[in-house]
Design a binder for this molecule. Structure first.
Ligand SMILES: Nc1nc2c(ncn2[C@@H]2O[C@H](COP(=O)(O)OP(=O)(O)OP(=O)(O)O)[C@@H](O)[C@H]2O)c(=O)[nH]1
Ligand SMILES: [Mg+2]
Length: 331
């Protein structure tokens, strides 16, 4: 996982290091016949024994250009790739490269530090949100088709249950064939009640009933499953807005695949502008993810990634942690 980005950072660092070493090894330019001023001993030692150099914009520009392309190929969002390259460039221009130093390694750390800075430390803890929030606490799951909404909803219920919090499911995906049965399977496995009306029913009415049922039965949390919809389908986004108006969710969780790459930022933004999104869960992190979307989605949208789906089991849900992401990318 993330192998591509790691390789590109290594290639970039060693290319710049090669350039710096080339300059450090080059014979000194002929000295002027009569130095105006005698150099101090410390300056002479620095130049002749230790040796240090700086790189100019002209010398690093083509490498930065290649690196920007590599970031884009790794699914880093365009604005974030630009921001990263600019920051790395300024840091490289300010850096004094010294003979004997492991230059490649120090450039790698400089690049990694820049990447780490675009991510927040952590997302937020759903269990804590439910604990301290209203009862019942209403969570709406939304996102494109097949993103992992229903699976992640079941994983969330499992996490809440493990922490002593009860849930009820609202079968508000009344559109996709077998969606209600799928939710009922999860309900059966987890011991969670499913409130359903049937296919073709109004999803907002199902959510409303589930909230009523939770109130009547002293349930902590209502988890609303919705039909997948593409961000380009205005009618379906309006339907989601209606569900949201009726259910008044405390948390709107956007689901997408970590594999979604660059399109992720645009998709999340459309859902955010219509329905509103408070947090993101990225599923399928166990598959071959390039990683750029994970790194840049918060910087681009301002919405935190809360959890990752890392498999199909109920406990395959991991909280977002930036240091952990860095370990996965570069570890
Ligand atoms: N490997 C892997 N598979 C996952 C993960 N999350 C979900 N899946 C699988 O992805 C497929 C789609 O998951 P669903 O939860 O049904 O997705 P959905 O968004 O509810 O789909 P629709 O309701 O059809 O829009 C299923 O086969 C899941 O088992 C994950 O984290 N890792
Ligand atoms: Mg579903």
């Amino acid at each position: 996982m993330f192998g591509f980005l790691k390789k590109k950072v290594e290639e970039f660092s060693s290319a710049i290091a090669g350039k710096a070493n080339e300059k450090l090894e080059a014979p000194p330019p002929p000295s002027p016949k009569k130095p105006k001023k005698k150099e101090g001993l410390a300056t002479r030692i620095k130049k002749e024994v230790l040796g240090s150099t700086k790189l100019s914009e002209k010398e690093i520009d083509s490498y930065l250009w290649d690196f920007e392309l590599a970031l884009l190929e790794s699914d880093v969002a365009h604005d974030v790739a630009k921001e990263l390259v600019e920051e790395i460039k300024q840091n490289l221009l300010a850096k004094e490269f010294k003979k004997g130093e492991n230059i490649s390694e120090s450039i790698e750390s400089l690049v990694k530090a820049a990447i780490r800075r675009v991510m927040p430390d952590e997302g937020f803890d759903i269990v804590e949100e439910v604990r301290k929030g209203d009862k019942p606490f209403v969570v709406l799951f939304l996102g494109p088709n097949g993103a992992g909404k229903t699976t992640s909803l079941a994983k969330t219920a499992h996490l809440l249950k493990e922490n002593g919090l009860s849930s009820v499911f609202a079968a508000s995906d009344t559109f996709r064939a077998a969606s209600i049965e799928q939710l009922e399977e999860h309900g059966k496995a987890l011991g969670i009640r499913v409130i359903k009306h049937g296919y073709g029913a109004d999803p907002a009415a199902v959510a409303f009933d589930a909230i009523d049922s939770a109130k009547a039965n002293n349930i902590d949390c209502v988890l609303i499953d919705t039909a997948g919809r593409q961000d380009t389908n205005k009618n379906l986004l309006q339907e989601l807005e209606k569900i949201s108006r009726v259910a008044k969710p405390h948390l709107r969780l956007y689901l997408d695949e970590a594999l979604a790459g660059n399109a992720l930022v645009e998709r999340v933004s459309t859902f955010k502008d219509s329905v509103g999104v408070d947090g993101i869960i990225l599923s399928k992190m166990d598959l071959d993810v390039k990683g750029g979307g994970v790194i840049s989605v918060f910087r681009s949208t301002g919405i935190p990634v809360v959890y990752f789906g890392t498999g199909q089991g109920y406990s395959d849900l991991e909280p977002f942690n930036a240091d952990e992401i860095m370990r996965r990318v570069f570890g």
